[in-house]
Design a protein. Structure first.
Length: 307
């Protein structure tokens, strides 16, 4: 056998993995106080595995931070606590309810009311309280149109605001990490990944996910084109369908009041990959109700500090 035959082929996933590990190490080396945002969703679970490959056997050079709306799926919170406990890493939970109690935000009531949009202030306050100058997250450029305007290192001003026109060029994977006091960076190691890439990596690595990513029976109702969970946190609106029990799964996790399910019988990672290869909608198009108030809803929230 020739030497060339012994060298394993460089796959697309291995290239994405190497790039993401490079970004994680760059952020850890260049910033004084980074933090990794962890929602227990599939993208942040992939980030945890990449962090393990980047820094084990040592401890992570950053804590984990979850911005908790208080309207979460119970399965996801239980999964979050179990995974963090097994890793032995530090988890900081910043609660939107605390922001409401302190008068920092006002809870939205009535049609379209959600705590999802209140997360921006809670996140900004947590970054300031702990002195974090770089927040690592799992956003991908195929997730939503405004995500494609991000850089791998996306800069926020002293007010936590994002201006897509003021982002720095990143030529040849060279990153400008200089920030002034009060400014911070959002780092996106998965920028060049797609939803399918994430699932194929989950399959290749044998990663475990919260059960809501796979088919299960749940009481749901229709609101427009969204299928929402029946929950005491959701105020029913005129036009909502009657509640029914159906087989559903979730493509993304978040505040259950605005996170839509999809009808699905996908039981395994392979089933999900097969389903996604035939999907006609992006991940957030029919799964985040609050992204559909306007064509620029997410971009507007990002300008105000949303991740």
């Amino acid at each position: 056998m020739t030497d060339a035959a012994r060298i394993p082929a460089i796959t697309w996933l291995s290239q994405l993995e190497a790039e993401a590990i490079h970004v994680l190490r760059e952020v850890a080396a260049e910033f004084e106080r980074p933090v990794l945002l962890f929602s227990a969703g599939k993208d942040s679970i992939v980030l945890l595995r990449l962090a393990q490959k980047a820094f084990r056997p040592g401890r992570f050079p950053f804590p984990l931070l979850h911005v908790d709306t208080g309207h979460n799926f119970d399965e996801v919170i239980a999964f979050r606590d179990r995974v963090v406990g097994e890793l032995g890493e530090e988890l900081i939970v910043a609660k939107v309810q605390d922001s409401i109690d302190a008068g920092r935000v006002v809870e939205e009531r009535g049609d379209g009311g959600s705590r999802n949009r209140l997360q921006s202030i809670t996140l900004l306050d947590a970054l300031a309280e702990h002195g974090f100058d770089a927040a690592i997250g799992g956003a991908r450029r195929d997730e939503e149109r405004s995500r494609a305007k991000e850089r791998v290192l996306s800069f926020r001003d002293e007010y936590g605001q994002w201006d897509p026109r003021a982002q720095r060029p990143e030529l040849w994977s060279l990153y400008n990490t200089v920030v002034r006091r009060g400014e911070n960076v959002r780092a996106f190691p998965l920028s060049n990944w797609t939803e399918l890439d994430v699932w194929r990596y989950i399959q290749a690595e044998g990663l475990v996910l919260p059960s809501i990513y796979f088919t299960h029976e749940r009481r749901v109702f229709d609101r427009g084109r969204h299928v929402l969970a029946d929950s005491p946190h959701i105020v029913r609106e005129p036009g909502d369908s009657v509640v029914r029990t159906d087989h559903v799964r979730y493509r993304t996790v978040g505040d259950l009041t605005v996170t839509g399910a999809i009808l699905s019988r996908a039981e395994t990672v392979a089933d999900v990959i097969d389903e996604l290869e035939r999907a006609q909608w992006t991940e957030r198009a029919r799964t985040r109700a609050d992204d559909n108030f306007s064509s620029a809803a997410l971009e507007d929230r990002k300008r105000e500090g949303y991740f």
